[in-house]
Write a protein that binds this ligand. Structure first.
Ligand code: ATP
Ligand code: MG
Length: 567
């Protein structure tokens, strides 16, 4: 390919719309252009890199025994009613009507379509197991589309779905996908961390996320400093330390006037105490019913864990009216003592003594509060948000916090969808059984951008060879000099014959401009063809990730470059 023939609109300056390095670089290197919020056009170079990521995904899915299909993005409302997700997907699902006024949606994911299909097409144990996948466009009306391809309204996902006779067989299908994901991200040159994850709206019992470690990641994760434990903060657990116990604290409970002191800082300032000593009590509506949730004030309540443990569909903060009715006080004075609504307390509060809490009375707090003696929650459950330096739930060593970008997610779904769609098979005895499912997603476009987020320097992108739009750029310094151009051309032809993607910079630009652009786009191998070196029978080869260039005999150039590409 000739640089002058394609479109690589590089930009010198950071575009104002971009916040994180990979987004800036995708725009500056001419890979991507924005149409409107969350919607992007792939320019030729961006599209070439995207196809390479897709190819890796496809090869590994095929190798793992999954079969490629293609399902409609436009789907009828009915299948979403069958799964009960027409409502629960909420505003994130794009909804529209066809000309007959039938309700349609643009698929945010495809559990419904595939399970509907399988309910008709697979009905005997002899046809199982099966795993299907597709690489296809998904639509999600994200609240805050941002960071370019990272959180878009329209993006490309590889989604796969496995169908098995029982849980053991489903575990094997899950493992095959998990292992394929490890290989895919390795081949993309990514450093990922696999973490235990929340199952969220998709449901199911168990899931893992593949996280690209990056400071700009939207997800918080914790990992153990000693063992293998790692989890998304939405799910993370901690070893519960010994009970919170303050000396001199088994005195009787007492009311103290705290006029206007509603927030933790004010209360801890007034009592001159560690926030840990204050019981934070939040009133929630859990599936519509008021309940009080308590945690010591040095940490937050994790609503994901709360919903999962209580098996609740919805967990929302209660309104001021509900709070007044449930606690007989304004917002800010709730506490667990004497409440009539159910109280759920974090495990960290078990056996706590000498605590301070709201008194369920305006402008008043209680001191000397002891769990068990003064209040008995319906349940002590693990609902506190995990923090850096908490202890590992497996080995009790310290946990540390990291940021990550979720590029892949694997779920054990069980029979959640197969039951609803009546996806049944007959076993060897002719008995009816429900098919056991798994589902597996990779954000292909998000993966592409994550590769850049993990691999760049002050001059631009540093593509790994496996996904670079072109592995080699040939900078012909003076395209008008015949001997230079002919070396450049024959090098390009010979490398292309060997299956290597090459771009030849034939623009009539100063060397400085060509080098800057080559670095910005980040081609892994740069070849410089200059008149003086050609006279000595040499060309220059430089790797993007290294500072030093090597002079190589023209006659050995193809082999040298080929060998670098194959390593
Ligand atoms: P997130 O928590 O980031 O919103 P999710 O958990 O809703 O993602 P899944 O339903 O698990 O996403 O989708 C599978 C994969 O699709 C994700 O792991 C992610 O890589 C990608 N993905 C999800 N939403 C988007 C989006 N808005 N833009 C780009 N990629 C996305
Ligand atoms: Mg996910």
């Amino acid at each position: 390919m000739f640089w002058s023939k394609t479109l690589i609109p590089t930009l010198r300056d950071d575009p104002g719309e971009a916040e994180i390095p990979s987004h800036k670089l995708m725009l500056r290197a001419g890979l991507l252009r924005k149409l409107s919020s969350g919607l992007y056009t792939f320019l030729p170079l961006g599209f070439k890199a995207l196809k390479k990521v897709e190819l890796i995904v496809r090869e590994e899915m095929d190798k793992a025994g999954a079969m490629e299909v293609l399902m409609p993005a436009l789907q009828p409302r009915e299948i979403w009613e069958t799964s009960d997700r027409y409502k629960t997907m909420g505003a994130s699902m794009f909804r529209l009507k066809d000309r007959q006024q039938r309700d349609m949606v643009l698929g945010p994911t495809h559990e419904e379509v595939i399970t509907e299909l399988v309910s008709h097409e697979l009905n005997s144990y002899k046809q199982l197991p099966k795993t299907f996948y597709q690489i296809q466009t998904k639509f999600r009306d994200e609240i805050r589309p941002r960071f370019g391809l990272m959180r878009a309204k329209e993006f490309i996902m590889k989604d796969a779905y496995s169908f098995d006779i029982d849980i053991n067989a489903a575990d094997a299908s899950y493992k095959a996908m998990y292992d394929a994901y490890v290989r895919i991200f390795e081949r993309c040159g990514l450093r990922t961390k696999v973490v235990e994850a929340d199952t969220g709206a998709i449901g199911g019992k168990w899931s893992h996320e593949f996280m690209v470690l990056a400071d700009t990641g939207e997800d918080g994760i914790v990992e153990c400093t000693k063992c293998e434990y790692a989890a998304n903060l939405e799910r993370a657990e901690r070893a519960i330390p010994s009970p919170i116990y303050f000396p001199d604290s088994e005195k009787a409970i007492e009311e103290v006037a705290t006029p206007g002191m509603k927030i933790v800082d004010e209360v801890s300032g007034f009592f001159k105490c560690d926030p840990k000593r204050i019981i934070k009590t939040i009133i929630y509506l859990i599936d519509g019913n008021p309940a009080a949730v308590c945690v010591s004030s040095d940490r937050d309540i994790n609503e994901h864990k709360l919903a999962r443990i209580l098996e609740a569909q919805t967990v929302v903060l209660a309104d001021a009216g509900t709070i007044l009715k449930s606690t007989s006080a304004e917002v800010g004075y709730a506490g667990p003592v004497g409440l009539k609504i159910p109280v759920y307390a974090d495990l960290g509060l078990r056996d706590c003594k000498g605590m301070i809490s709201g008194a369920n009375k305006n402008d008043t707090h209680l001191i000397n509060v002891c769990a068990g003696r003064d209040f008995q929650p319906a349940q002590f459950i693990d609902i506190g948000t995990v923090k850096e330096n908490d202890l590992c739930p497996r080995c009790s060593e310290q946990l540390r916090e990291k940021r990550g970008i979720e590029v892949g997610h694997v779920f054990k779904l069980g029979t959640k969808y197969s039951e609803k769609f009546n996806a049944i098979y007959l076993d060897a005895q002719g008995q009816k059984n429900t098919i056991v499912m798994g589902c597996y997603g990779i954000g292909v476009t998000r993966t592409l951008q994550s590769i850049i987020e993990q691999s760049f320097d002050e001059n631009g992108i540093i593509w790994p060879l496996s996904v670079a739009p072109y592995q080699v750029v040939i900078d012909v310094l003076d395209p008008k000099v015949e001997k230079c151009m002919s070396v450049g051309l024959s090098l390009m032809n010979d490398l292309e014959k060997k299956g290597i993607d090459v771009i030849l910079d034939d623009r009539d630009e100063r060397p400085g401009v060509k080098f800057k652009d080559a670095d910005l786009v980040g081609f892994p191998i740069r070849v410089v063809v200059g008149a003086r070196n050609i006279d000595a029978g040499k060309i220059e080869i430089k790797l993007r990730k290294e500072k030093k260039a090597d002079l190589v005999d023209v006659v050995n150039a193809v082999e040298t470059i080929y060998n670098i590409c194959k390593t």
